[in-house]
Design a binder for this molecule. Structure first.
Ligand SMILES: [Zn+2]
Length: 204
């Protein structure tokens, strides 16, 4: 039997309340990273930061990003890894090339993805943002599966934290200009914005 609008609404608001309570995206694989802390008591989740990463740079598909965020990267596996071996970083979420979603840090906690950064006059974006990494490079087109997964997860986050609108989804390069370039010119912001303007479909 088709759901009535009322039950659809109830389902959506329950899902948003659950996400606000447990910070976990249902469809994501859970790969807990030790690289996180508590958000400052006064800060509220109010921003999504889109990034890209590939390890080794320009190569896709291996386990190295997960290993890096979980402090178990084999530094002997590639010369580049020595330069990043001592970094302790993370993101809340990673979207792989095939759209697979991996979560490293609860959305309620503070992941270490943005570094020195500023959004609308507020410094330290890690305090109040959710960091989403796309497996990719600045100049390589992202996949359809990545846009679909990103749109779906943004819709869930926006439902749980209504302060976040389309204008509160930004790139790392926008909050750390001159220092960071990701997600780069290959990222199609209009595609993301168009998908967010459509009515919400089934959530993940
Ligand atoms: Zn970044």
């Amino acid at each position: 039997m088709p759901q009535t609008p009322h039950s659809v609404f109830t389902h959506a608001s329950e899902a948003a309340a659950t996400l606000r309570a447990n910070g976990r995206i249902n469809a994501a694989l859970w790969r807990p990273s030790p690289n996180f802390g508590a958000r400052p008591a006064a800060s509220q989740v109010s921003l999504i930061v889109v990034h890209c990463i590939s390890l080794p740079p320009g190569q896709f598909g291996g386990p190295e990003i997960e290993d890096f965020f979980c402090n178990r990267l084999d530094i002997k596996a590639h010369p580049y890894f020595q330069a990043i071996a001592k970094m302790t970083v993370s993101a809340h979420l990673l979207i792989r090339r095939d759209g697979t979603l991996i979560q490293f840090v609860s959305l309620l906690d503070r992941a270490w993805h943005a570094g020195r950064s500023r959004f609308c006059g507020q410094d330290e974006c890690n305090d109040f943002s959710i960091g989403i990494e796309l497996e990719g490079s600045d100049d390589v087109p992202y996949t359809k599966g990545q846009y679909q997964a990103l749109s779906a997860v943004c819709q869930q986050i926006m439902a749980a934290w209504p302060k976040i609108g389309v204008d509160e989804i930004t790139g790392h390069s926008d909050i750390a200009p001159g220092r960071k370039t990701d997600p780069g010119p290959a990222f199609d912001w209009s595609q993301l914005h168009q998908s967010l303007a459509k009515p919400t479909k089934d959530s993940l």
